[in-house]
Design a binder for this molecule. Structure first.
Ligand code: ATP
Ligand code: MG
Length: 225
């Protein structure tokens, strides 16, 4: 199993004023699978994604990644897992405006000890995969929204992660650009990438192998663990 969540709970707030957000979330996913998570605003989707991506820790329960429970690992170790194994794509791209497309893509490689020439080569390869090799030297302001999202996907995959997490990747795009992003996800999945994508749009979620739903922090539709 790539991922296994057992009885995950997340509560924000204080002991006096707890704000429960996730309730007994259970699911498992094999390597190479492509899942979508749908749910209304405030239902806990991003909270769940932050836990999956080691940006946050569960209050209770166990999260196994590659059959290892890292939930009590140090911040440094979690940062390393995040950097080496997980790629992120967000609704609002999160590109650095003063860096060229390829420099944005190569950014996650700065944390490893990849030499500069190889960083540029790997960024170029990732940009080729999203059809933007000819825009390598452009700045984000010179790119369309859809192209910016493709740069963000290239950045997410250039470390060759095990898991790609996408939080509303088409949320800020027109439908044609959104289609292109979905086509890229299909291609990544076809070559073995494991993907979990959060979306509000049913037509987008239908591109995945499995659709899960979350309402008020309760997840349904996942494989029983
Ligand atoms: N750091 C935090 N502290 C306190 N409450 C939080 C925190 N982060 C999220 N919440 C609460 O948790 C609930 C779920 O938030 P979350 O961001 O996971 O929703 P979402 O499903 O991603 O919504 P959207 O579709 O609007 O992005 C919300 O009620 C939110 O107010
Ligand atoms: Mg959200």
């Amino acid at each position: 199993m790539l991922i296994r969540l057992e009885h995950i709970e997340k509560t924000y707030g204080t002991a006096d004023h707890p704000v429960p957000v996730l309730h007994d979330v259970n699911f498992a996913m094999h390597e190479g699978e492509y899942y979508a998570i749908m749910g209304p605003s405030g239902s806990g989707k991003s909270t769940l994604m932050n836990i999956l991506g080691y940006l946050d820790t569960p209050t209770k329960g166990t999260y196994y990644f590659e059959d290892v429970d890292n939930s009590r690992a140090s911040d440094t170790k979690m940062a390393r897992i995040r950097n080496e194994k997980i790629g992120f794509v967000f609704q609002s791209f999160h590109l650095l405006q003063r860096r060229r497309a390829w420099e944005n893509v190569a950014l996650p490689l700065m944390y490893g000890d990849v030499p500069k020439r190889e960083r540029r080569e790997r960024a170029e390869q990732a940009l080729l995969e999203v059809g933007l090799k000819d825009r390598m030297d452009f700045y984000p302001t010179q790119l369309s929204g859809g192209q910016c999202q493709r740069v963000a996907i290239a950045r997410a995959i250039c470390t060759r992660p095990k898991l790609l997490l996408a939080d509303e990747p088409t949320g800020a795009l027109d439908s044609k650009s959104g289609q292109q992003i979905m086509d890229i996800f299909d291609a990544l999945h076809a070559r073995g990438m494991s993907i979990i994508m959060i979306t509000h749009e049913h037509a987008v979620a239908e591109r995945a192998q499995r659709m899960m739903h979350i309402y008020d922090g309760v997840l349904s539709g996942g494989d029983p663990v």
